[in-house]
Design a protein around this ligand. Structure first.
Ligand SMILES: N[C@@H](CCC(=O)N[C@@H](CS)C(=O)NCC(=O)O)C(=O)O
Length: 226
């Protein structure tokens, strides 16, 4: 009886989980949050923040996000969270769907290792390229091509590490998909697909991994709009 109550209750609470996603539809970090919500089948309401009006810097916005950025989430019960990776980790524990954060201690340690790889070995270079090639032009600023060359070259070396990892296992943390793989999607799309830096050509395992994660329904749903 108790077990059945617990299970009914947990289904009920998952069913009721929903949130408001305050963000910008073209924002890479907003997309990562939307992506995890889709993976875990959690409904959300998208609330656009108007960057043309610098809404993200208004005192009202700063009450929710002290750094004047997007995204942040808001639940009906008053719970709020900013920082896309933290939001992703929270959402991975809600809803239903693939287990994106392993619970076994060894698998969890491997997940942390993979998450750190994304954050330190991939993100700074991919985000730098995106800034120069996508976001600066959008703001009418000039791309620093020298800087792009440096970043493209460093990322090229880093991706050799990815090829080694992915020649031994299906995903970055092992043979199961985790949040660490998914977090690559928004910036990966820019460096692997929007621009042709030929990163995938000579790396069959990186290409296999990229084709796998980038063809997920969750990503297709948020890739071009939230
Ligand atoms: N570390 C933050 C970064 C958020 C971030 O940089 N958001 C960008 C949009 S993709 C933003 O709000 N930029 C506006 C600004 O900094 O004024 C996260 O992961 O959520």
């Amino acid at each position: 009886m108790v077990l059945s109550f617990t299970s009914t209750y947990s289904q009920w609470s998952h069913f009721n989980m929903s949130f408001k996603l305050h963000g910008l539809s073209s924002s890479t970090f907003t997309r990562s949050v939307a992506l995890v919500a889709k993976e875990r089948n959690i409904p959300y309401e998208f609330v656009p923040v108007d960057f043309k009006l610098s809404e993200q810097k208004t005192p009202t916005h700063l009450e929710h996000h002290p750094f004047g950025q997007v995204p942040y989430i808001q639940q009906d019960d008053g719970f709020e969270l900013y920082e896309s990776r933290a939001i992703g980790r929270y959402l991975a524990t809600q809803g239903s769907g693939p287990e994106l954060i392993p619970t076994d201690p060894i698998a969890y340690a491997k997940f942390e290792q993979a998450a750190s790889v994304e954050y330190t070995q991939f993100h700074p270079y991919a985000a730098g390229i995106a800034l120069e090639k996508v976001f600066k032009p959008l703001r009418g600023l000039e791309t620093n091509e020298e800087r792009v060359k440096e970043l493209v070259s460093v990322l090229n070396h880093k991706l050799n590490g990815y090829e080694i990892i992915l020649s031994k296992q299906k995903y970055l943390a092992g043979n199961g998909l985790t949040l660490a793989d998914l977090y690559h999607l928004p910036y990966g799309t820019i460096v692997f697909e929007t621009f042709d830096f030929k990163y995938l050509e000579s790396r069959p395992n990186l290409r296999r991994w990229w084709n796998d994660i980038s063809s997920r329904e969750s990503w297709k749903a948020v890739k071009d709009s939230i």
